[in-house]
Every structure is written in structure tokens, then in C-alpha cells.
Write a protein that binds this ligand. Structure first.
Ligand SMILES: Nc1nc2c(c(=O)[nH]1)N[C@H]1C(S)=C(S)[C@@H](COP(=O)(O)O)O[C@H]1N2
Ligand SMILES: [Mo]
Length: 315
């Protein structure tokens, strides 16, 4: 059985960066007395280098009426179990993560399988900035200015065969680089899946950056999936393989706790998680909770994908 902590609010969510960083430094010094491992977590570690992305066009598919969350919220409060299960752990333990060189294989039920190098990832299709709401199953949310391109642009290049019905996503895993992964409590490498029509939907993107720069490692460098109407765990980070398949692929949280995490994972405020409500969420940086929107507010664009389906059964 897996234990995911109940949704909560961290001090850093409501604290200006200066105060937050000073407090972390202070806690680091205090923890140093207890042990070097704890001190590492508390001290301000060097941030991994990200580089500015050029020729990025603002997408008309950006979400209107929202402002981007602070970059601190988006890059210091993360789920990336390979680098620790604490929300603040990936921002520390992923800093040395080596993302270049990299390979991404796209294969399976396709006519043209392709292998992409690190540099290729930024040239698969024109880069766009997309502002999206991003909602974790643990009932916190942020608004992120992702940089990326539609997944359908990549899928069209490899030419899915008539047998292709689903898309499977597999992510990087190496215990040398990710020693905390041994304590993750979920099977790794992390896997996710989409139905082909969900994968081809224009809102589904592969992201290679945020806030104008390449992705920080804790957010899934060098390339990750973003599906804005689904719970965040669909957004598999640090992808190494995308395979077109004829049957429904495994997804990590669905295998680990099928009663809690379905394959579809659409944001549905009417269906509670067995251990907490999904009706509201905490937008990081806000003091008060807000109502969660069906399909995370993207229902007018995506609800038709599920017409006729019982979304309580197929959660
Ligand atoms: N490889 C990998 N990808 C992952 C996860 C993970 O643990 N490992 N966590 C998922 C979950 S639960 C969420 S909410 C999002 C968080 O993305 P963010 O940290 O960029 O907000 O990443 C998803 N992708
Ligand atoms: Mo999540």
C-alpha cells in the first residue's frame, strides 16, 4: 500500500522568496549539527543551469484569465519521486541530473520509428509558450508558462499504423543518478499512457522549457508530457521512450493503487480521491482554496473525447 501525504500547504507557498531562502539557509545551519545529509537539504544548493530558449512564439491556445504562478512555486514544490518523495526534495537532489547527452526513442506501432538526440528535442516542431493550469491529484495547483510543442506534431512524423490505439510513455531511471528512487515506494521507471485521440488533441504538449528557459531537472528536463485537463501525474517527466501500442499501456500510479488512480485521470471535482476531496484546490501562493473545475477548466475543448463514457467508472 502506498502512502501519499494528504494535501497541505507549505510555508514556502505563502512566503516571499527572500524570506523563504533565508529561512532555508537558517534551517540548513541548524540541521548541520544533526547530520550532513539533513544539512544538504536545508542549505541553498547551486541551481542547475538552464538556458534561454530562442524563437518561442506565444500560443493562442494559452489559458486566458490566469496569471503565471511564481517561478519559485513551480520549481521548488514538485513531485518527482525518483529524486525523493518530499515536495522540496527534487529541487535539491535533481540539480546534478545529467540531461545532455540524451536519447528519446519513438517506436511501436509506427511506420517511421525515430531516435532523437538532446539537440533534436528542441527542433521537433516550432516552440510555443503555453500558459496552462496544472492540477496535482493532491489538490494543489499552479499556472505554468510551459514551452513546448503539440505531441501530435511528433506523432505525425512517425506515422502511427492502423493498429496504434494508445501511446505509452517511459521515463529515465538510473539509481546512480537517482538514489532516492529506491525509497519511492512505486515501481520505477515511471510510466504513463494516453489514448491516441487524447495524445493527438491540440492541448496535449511535450514541454522542453518553462519561463523562457529549458526545464529545470526537477520539472522533468529535458522533455516531459503535459496534459492540462488531467491530474499532474499524467505528465511523465524526463521521457526516454514514447511507444504507440494497440492495447492500453500500464501507468505507474494506476498499477500501484488502482482504487485511487485510474487510467484516465481526468480532473473531476465530483469524484473524491478515496482519502481526500477533489472539490477544491490550493493554488500555490494563494491563501484561500478555490473550486476545482471539471477537466481543470478545459471541458469545452476536451469533454467530447469522453462522450458516452461513465467518468465515475473510468476515472
Ligand atoms: N518521472 C516522473 N514523472 C512525474 C512524477 C514522478 O514522480 N516521476 N510525478 C508526477 C506528478 S504526481 C505530478 S503532480 C507532476 C508534477 O510536475 P511539476 O513538479 O512540474 O509540477 O509530475 C508528474 N510526473
Ligand atoms: Mo501529482
Amino acid at each position: 500500500m502506498l502512502i501519499r501525504k494528504a494535501p497541505d500547504l507549505r510555508y514556502s507557498d505563502v512566503t516571499p522568496r527572500e524570506v523563504f531562502m533565508n529561512r532555508r539557509r537558517f534551517m540548513g545551519a541548524a540541521a548541520g549539527i544533526a547530520g550532513a545529509g539533513a544539512a544538504l537539504l536545508g542549505s541553498e544548493s547551486a541551481e542547475a543551469a538552464t538556458t534561454k530558449l530562442a524563437n518561442v512564439v506565444k500560443s493562442p491556445l494559452s489559458t486566458k484569465d490566469e496569471k503565471a504562478s511564481s517561478i519559485e512555486a513551480v520549481t521548488t514544490y514538485n513531485n518527482y519521486y525518483e529524486f525523493g518523495t518530499g515536495k522540496d526534495e527534487p529541487a535539491h537532489y535533481a540539480q546534478e541530473f545529467k540531461t545532455n547527452p540524451w536519447t528519446l526513442m519513438v517506436d511501436g506501432e509506427v511506420t517511421n520509428k525515430k531516435l532523437f538526440s538532446y539537440d533534436d528535442l528542441f527542433k521537433i516542431a516550432p516552440l510555443e509558450e503555453r500558459l496552462y493550469r496544472h492540477r496535482c491529484v493532491e489538490a494543489w495547483s499552479v499556472v505554468v508558462p510551459w514551452i513546448g510543442f503539440p505531441l501530435n506534431a511528433l506523432l505525425k512524423q512517425v506515422e502511427p499504423t492502423s493498429k496504434a490505439k494508445y501511446v505509452a510513455f517511459e521515463t529515465f531511471y538510473n539509481t546512480k543518478q537517482m538514489p532516492q528512487g529506491r525509497l519511492a515506494g512505486i515501481p520505477l521507471p515511471y510510466k504513463e499512457g494516453l489514448r491516441l485521440d487524447e495524445a493527438m488533441h491540440p492541448l496535449t504538449i511535450l514541454s522542453v522549457g518553462l519561463y523562457g528557459e529549458t526545464l529545470p531537472p526537477q520539472n522533468g528536463a529535458p522533455i516531459r508530457l503535459v496534459v492540462p485537463w488531467k491530474y499532474g501525474f499524467k505528465g511523465a517527466k524526463s521521457l526516454v521512450r514514447i511507444s504507440l501500442t494497440s492495447s492500453q499501456p500500464p501507468s505507474t500510479w494506476n498499477i500501484s493503487a488502482p482504487q485511487e488512480y485510474g487510467f484516465y485521470s481526468n480532473v473531476n471535482p465530483a469524484v473524491d480521491h478515496p482519502r481526500w476531496s477533489q472539490a477544491t484546490e490550493r493554488r500555490l501562493g494563494d491563501l484561500f482554496r478555490r473550486k476545482t473545475l471539471p477537466f481543470n477548466g478545459y471541458g469545452d475543448q476536451v469533454a467530447s473525447l469522453y462522450s458516452g463514457m461513465d467518468l465515475k467508472k473510468y476515472y
